[in-house]
Design a protein around this ligand. Sequence first.
Ligand SMILES: [Zn+2]
Length: 360
Amino acid sequence: MDSDSHPDLSSLLPPWSRRNLLRSVTLGSVGCLVTCPVGSLQAATSFDWKVVTHNDRDYVTMKDVATFYRFNRVERDGRHTWLRSPSLMLKVSTESDELYLNNVKFCLSYPVIEVDDKVLISRMDLAKLLDPVLRPTYIQSPIIFDTVVIDAGHGGQDSGAKGVTGWEKDYALDTALRLSKQVKAAGLKTKLTRDTDVFITRDERYRIANSTQKSIFISIHYNSIGGGGASGIETYALSPSGTASTDQPNRSTDGVQRSGNSRDSENIALATAVHAMVLFKLKCIDRGIRRARWTVLTGLERAGILFEGGFVTNPSECAKISTPDYREQLAGSVLGGILNYRKALLKRNGPAAKSATDGN
Ligand SMILES: [Zn+2]
């Protein structure tokens, strides 16, 4: 393994609790993006990954993951495995599709398995999740954006979820307007898919991003569930081609390559930066960085995510969401994640890239 394979553990995942700090699992620099696409894991680096095929699916060992990303300790206790380094803690559990990085929850495309006493993670999750998250500076040809396309979910006759004290479409619009203001104050440009209570189709939403050069796409929603109990935030990145969406059965169309899949690495890195920052700042319940094929994400030719800022069906969460102050803080946290993501990309591209985009 050459020195280039050592991620600068980007700052996509901020340290986010004192408890973590004490356990020395802050996020300092967690890795950059290693370039190991599914088809050419070994080609990108000199590291010799041991690939294990189980039920026609390729896996790599967590031991190789530890070595490659320079975790200095591997601990196992029953189903659970922890990889630790001074700045990072990664936890997986066999037969589970949840992975934790510095206590931030990720939903894997396939469960972790154990074969012959080896703990294995799918090659798909290595290439499409772990690597871009741990080594964002290795992402191939990312768009160095200067514009954030902000999409307030729903609108007009499409009210979205009915909350305890209001409608999703109104909270989403207000949050989007606040985010737009804050993004501009941070020196970037914005474009809103809607800035009033109007209906626009899902296709129109991603087309606005696709027609905006050097942009990323952030779709803002609030969540709902019958019964009112659930709370917390979810962030969605487009499901990689060939994989099922989180908590969904396999579908015959899962193998179709969507436009948005051309930005898989950027999508998951952006999702991580935003999700982790909101958790860190607002201490909300973490429902995970998840996968789905929402129409607004499938048609994108830009990096994009769909962010669910809490449950309007939960009385106490909706009480918070209905206050302008909370929505302002939420917008500020989303902006913090966007800026962290941008910083990771600029680090990769160096000062030349910075001067090419700053000041526009
Ligand atoms: Zn919605």
